[in-house]
Write a protein that binds this ligand. Sequence first.
Ligand SMILES: Cc1cc2nc3c(=O)[nH]c(=O)nc-3n(C[C@H](O)[C@H](O)[C@H](O)COP(=O)(O)OP(=O)(O)OC[C@H]3O[C@@H](n4cnc5c(N)ncnc54)[C@H](O)[C@@H]3O)c2cc1C
Length: 391
Amino acid sequence: MSAEYDAIILGAGAAGMMCAAVAGARGRRVLLVDHADEPGKKILISGGGRCNFTNLHTAPDRFLSANPHFAKSALGRYTPADFLTLVERYGIAWHEKTLGQLFCDGSARQIVAMLVAECDRASVTSVLGHPASAIDHADGTFRVTVNGVEWRAPALVLATGGPSIPKLGATGFAYDVARRFGLAVVHPRPALVPLTLGPDDTLFRSLSGVSADVGVRWNKTRFREAALFTHRGLSGPAMLQISSYWQHRTPIHVDFFPDAGADWLTEAKRAQPRTTLRRALSTQLPARLAETLAERLALDGELANLPDKALRTAQAQLADWRFDPTGTEGFAKAEVTLGGIATSDLSSRTMAAAKMPGLYAIGEAVDVTGWLGGYNFQWAWASGTAAGQVI
Ligand SMILES: Cc1cc2nc3c(=O)[nH]c(=O)nc-3n(C[C@H](O)[C@H](O)[C@H](O)COP(=O)(O)OP(=O)(O)OC[C@H]3O[C@@H](n4cnc5c(N)ncnc54)[C@H](O)[C@@H]3O)c2cc1C
């Protein structure tokens, strides 16, 4: 094994493996380093073990970043169709679940095996199971010490992701290295994360396990997906999506009847005057949720005995139910990290650091965060490819 490489990539996750395979295929000598003893651990647990590896509706407006234009170039040059071509070349069966989300029919292991095979084909050298203990730069060469061995290369790629799910080996390492080399870091915070509710919403916390298809809104951002009540607060795709936008001490608004007509409750009164509010709600919502909402609305008795005005007020409340989350479940439960290495210090074409020649940052380590639904992997593949084509 030679100590000299064309590029050293730190992090054998989604972005790092992609970058290594692309650079290696160009004949570059690549060293891929990870402190975990196997590559792609987050890929393995992703998508409930089936890896939601891309989204057909990938577009820059489905990514959050201090610079919303930054992701355009890489995403435009490596598309979901490109990744799908690779998946099909390996004979991996897949299906579209919903909303353009593509999953393996079998297991996420197939995606990891595919990326490992691509790295092997491209003669990438991997050093797993050891952290990089020292990183230095002098005379245009990066020196990285791993397990007592010093490796040298003119290019260093930061692909160690963000700090979400630390028990899987996730760290803020990329930020530390980036700062050391003069790059700015946009304050990292948990995203795609369950929201917690306080004592005022105890009634809802008792609904743990109940889910419903809702509309959710924070300011002008809206999602229409399933919400899940948990013993700590709110989860499920709708809440994970809105959590990436939510700011502390602001409310989110839930529409429990996103498909209902303008006067559905007064119409229900005409159609079934003897029914109660709880029963009317339970025609479209799980019984326990209907009961909790009816309890909160405190309109007792048969609909026939309730004034239309009160029913219209209740209907408006159900379409715009305010929750005041007290916080999130934090990095321990966050699928991704919002923020990261500032895009203002990187080239959107190559992911190269403007201030430090030879340094690159890709994947979740960068201040680009996708929606739930395969967007984050697509960013990892696209940014990894962008850097892999130039290192
Ligand atoms: C539970 C869960 C489910 C998810 N499901 C999906 C999904 O279905 N679809 C989707 O698009 N996204 C999903 N994501 C998000 C997706 O996994 C990440 O966005 C993606 O893995 C980021 O790729 P990356 O290569 O930048 O980082 P990672 O895949 O996290 O890879 C970073 C690598 O760096 C290594 N590393 C970290 N610190 C160091 C260090 N100090 N030294 C050496 N190595 C280090 C880690 O061990 C890891 O191998 C999910 C995330 C979670 C947590």
